[in-house]
Design a protein around this ligand. Sequence first.
Ligand SMILES: Cc1ncc(COP(=O)(O)O)c(C=O)c1O
Length: 393
Amino acid sequence: MTADSFTNEYGFGTFAVHAGAESDPVTGAVISPISLSTTFAQTEPGAPIGYEYSRSANPNREAFEKAVAALEKGRHGLAFSSGSAATAVVLQSLTPGSHVISVADVYGGTHRYFTKVAHAHNVEVTLVHDIVNDFDTAIKDNTKLVWIESPSNPTLSITDIQKVADLAHAKNIQVVVDNTFASSYIQNPLTLGADIVVHSVTKYLNGHSDVVMGIAVTNSDAIHERLRFLQNAIGAVPSPFDSWLAHRGLKTLHLRSRQASLSAQAIAEELAQSPLVVAVNYPGLKSHKGHNIVLKQHRDGLGGGMISFRVVGGAAGAAKFCSTTKIFTLAESLGGIESLCEVPAVMTHSGISKEERAQVGVYDDLIRLSVGIEDTEDLLNDIQLGLEAASKA
Ligand SMILES: Cc1ncc(COP(=O)(O)O)c(C=O)c1O
């Protein structure tokens, strides 16, 4: 099967396995070789045979970009050396003097870029708590971009992407969605009206916690041109080996993402019943504020593999939970095959002030879980172990 033979009649899993993964035309290798060469021969000056220089384009990076674009139902993918680099390049694509509206509970590193770096390029970012209701008051004459993270990190709040896209497009404003938490299997923001989708590939797309990488996908030729120019000009590109590894991980995204989501649903339901839990944030729960949006925005109403919850026992309880579980490893990051737990207030989101954290629900006793693909029953038992320890802290 070649990339050209793809039509919309194929399902997600078929695209995941085959998109951008043609057999090698020279050797017939079914799995593409890793193209480590930084430079490529030319037949005469200015006439390359294929590629020129690996920062500008590389076979492995291009194959990965093609594959993710297919899974996001987009036409163009551009890979970066991290999710943060993808975020930075999208912000730098704006003309100086632009204004951005963003959801307030974004990933801590995105928050850091918006509040501490963007102004160096004369881009101002307004953080809002409810982007649909706050849109009219936040908008300015120079607003050029709306930034959505849905589900958000770490409070799992859901934004109605279609609704925001309608509001923004009526004012000629572009919409970016950070789709890291849902992954391309669960949600495709371009089909909901977003102009750009970004991912920390480090998470679900690679899925094995061994690559740091990012990607941006768009259907717009103009946006693609601008971002591609910056990808080359700034040079924050992934290595061929990382691109190859991430492409290998991507081929099982549908299996990993579905399994993580099914286990997360079972865990969230158990947490919601537990007297040792103060509150649970999980979009797959009927009680979640955004559940109705999930039903129309996510594949099969899946809630994804991420959960956050508050424990009885306060900050000490949260710390005890994380040092007690045997399968959930205490570590930052998410979206890998292995289950992880962390305390955002002192780890991923520690750079945000306590007051600001409290405003978006990142309390000191909040635990974030990244549910892996281990056996559901084992995960449930591990959670119980952690809860009992937390309640005695
Ligand atoms: C939602 C989200 N977006 C972006 C990033 C940044 O990605 P990276 O760590 O690959 O730079 C992260 C990292 O945790 C994230 O969780």
